[in-house]
Write a protein that binds this ligand. Structure first.
Ligand SMILES: [Zn+2]
Length: 531
């Protein structure tokens, strides 16, 4: 007992020291790369590969937990002598999936006492999400913090902390066409987890229901001072093309999502590129198999060397509106990505984003947010099942599930329990009804003017009636209903609350307590012993 306690203490000290030095290193590690010279980005991976040497010793610590080694060096040498196992990282990001949204997803799908897949992850932490300049972050610096370990300013994609998204005159560093106009000297690219794993021989994949050039997926593979330069972001993905991010080696192995418009010249229907380039054709030339619908995706074999799927011009449809004969679900995209990536020799990194939870919340449309949230949860469930088949016990697979930021969704009191939502039962999409025994039990609770109110509402958003009126549940559970807000804005904003992080598998125990979003990067690397 006593011995175990001592081991535990040693572990705590080691982890603190490691995290601290990682942070310092990452904040200073802007490497040798400027935004205007992305093509020399290979320098990134070599510059970054040295510093995390401390992570190998922390992996050794986890083996001491089960058996006390003669010395730490013997445990290190024995692990390095063992055959190298494939290691896999699956990073799931629910965009805007704050903790209230997570709770609402659970109640919507399985009732108050049920559990969705995210609830079953054995390890968890709270994550602070503030950015370098914002108390409330946008998706760019928050996801970039996970992917690079570096704190950056709002709207910046995987660049050093000092990088500005806006000029001194307040305008964005983009032109009207969506091209980046970042000037030289405005920050430097910082290496991403995907780039580092690619450089070390892992396969890589990026899957999202948004445009694949949107902030969250962009942080994994591109570097730009303003997230809205989506034409520039797209070009960074294309091997051999002008502006290619050379840190991607021969290119990302699997890319699935929306956003075709940033790959097509403006002379083609819907195309947004003003440089005349046809990036889909360039990707084909670079060896990609290109698919555009669920049938073609299904037909792609696991031996496909490189796969590009762009299923919509802009974002993919919400789950509630998706035509399953045409557009793949997030689960179907995730499944295909795992089929392909898990055949590779060294293992893989896969990022999967449930990207439109956020968009529905911005509209204050809870029903679409919750149904997209459940589609995200289903993709996690399927991924866990598939990975269990490939790697029983997830001994060499780390699955991390988190969100980039909160929203202003609230669950009003004091509703009696609703249980799950069905076609004939509004559930959490309904009105607050009294739980108290007596004549009012099950009857709508009313505001100070005698009108019922919904369980779900927002801190701000488009629907703030001048005069509240009586509502009924047929209305409030309709798919286009917008929940009411306290402050009227055109579009609901993100919120500043901490987010949940859940983990399972290899190194999942590294994730606990209240952590900064920048720490996640180092903890993932430590978990898989990535140098
Ligand atoms: Zn976001």
């Amino acid at each position: 007992m006593k011995r175990l306690t001592v081991t535990g203490l040693t572990l705590a000290v080691a982890l603190t020291g490691c995290g601290g030095s990682d942070d310092k290193k990452n904040n200073n590690s802007s490497s040798s790369l400027s935004s205007s010279s992305i093509s020399s980005a290979a320098a990134i991976s070599s510059a970054s590969s040295a510093p995390e040497a401390s992570s190998s010793s922390s992996l050794a610590v986890s083996s001491t937990a089960s058996s006390i080694p003669a010395s730490s060096s013997s445990s290190e040498s024995s692990s390095s002598a063992a055959p190298v196992a494939k290691k896999n990282v699956l990073f799931f990001l629910g965009d805007g999936m704050g903790i209230t949204t997570l709770t609402a997803m659970r109640i919507y799908q399985v009732g108050e006492a049920g559990s969705i897949t995210i609830d079953t992850l054995p390890e968890s932490a709270f994550v602070r999400t503030y950015s370098a300049d914002g108390q409330v972050t946008d998706s760019a610096p928050s996801m970039a913090a996970y992917m690079t370990g570096v704190k950056m300013k709002n709207e910046v994609i995987s660049m050093s902390t000092a990088t500005n998204a806006y000029r001194p005159d307040g305008t964005q560093y983009i032109d009207a066409a969506g091209n980046s106009t970042c000037e030289a000297g405005n920050g430097e690219a910082v290496p991403t987890l995907l780039e580092q794993m690619k450089a070390q021989g892992f396969a890589t994949g990026v899957v999202s229901t948004t445009r694949i050039t949107h902030a969250t997926p962009a942080t994994t593979y591109s570097h730009v001072c303003n997230r809205n330069g989506e034409n520039t972001i797209a070009a960074q993905m294309v091997p051999n093309g002008a502006g290619f991010n050379a840190a991607l080696g021969n290119g990302i192995d699997v890319v699935l999502g929306g956003g075709l418009r940033h790959f097509l010249p403006s002379t083609e229907t819907g195309g947004r590129r003003t440089d005349g380039r046809h990036l889909v054709n360039e990707m084909k030339t670079a060896g990609y198999t290109y698919v555009t619908n669920v049938g073609e995706l299904t037909a792609a074999t696991s031996a496909t060397p490189k796969l590009l799927g762009l299923f919509t011009s802009s974002d993919m449809n919400y789950e509630l509106d998706r035509n399953p004969q045409v557009e793949p679900s997030l689960s179907e995209m995730t499944s295909k990505a795992i089929d392909i990536l898990s055949t590779r020799d060294k293992g893989f990194f896969l990022m999967v984003e449930g990207g439109r939870i956020d968009h529905a919340l911005h509209a204050s449309n809870a029903k679409r947010a919750l149904t997209d949230g459940i589609a995200f949860d289903n993709a996690i469930k399927l991924a866990l099942e598939k990975m269990e088949a490939v790697d029983p016990g997830l001994k060499n697979t780390l699955v991390v599930v988190t969100a980039d930021h909160d929203h202003t969704l609230v669950i009003n009191g004091y509703a009696e329990r609703t249980d799950k939502t069905t076609d004939t039962h509004a559930g959490i999409l309904g009105l607050v009804k009294s739980y108290a025994n007596g004549p009012s039990k099950g009857q709508p609770t009313t505001d100070i003017n005698g009108n019922p109110y919904t369980i779900l509402a927002f801190g701000n958003g488009p629907n703030r009636p001048t005069t509240r009126i009586a509502l009924d549940e047929t209305t409030t559970s309709g798919k286009d209903y917008l929940q009411e807000a306290v402050i009227q804005l055109d579009s609901e904003t993100h919120g500043g609350g901490d987010v949940f992080l859940g983990a399972k598998g290899l190194g999942a125990e590294n994730f606990h307590g209240v952590i900064d979003n920048t720490e996640v990067f180092g903890l993932i690397k430590k978990s898989i012993n990535l140098q």
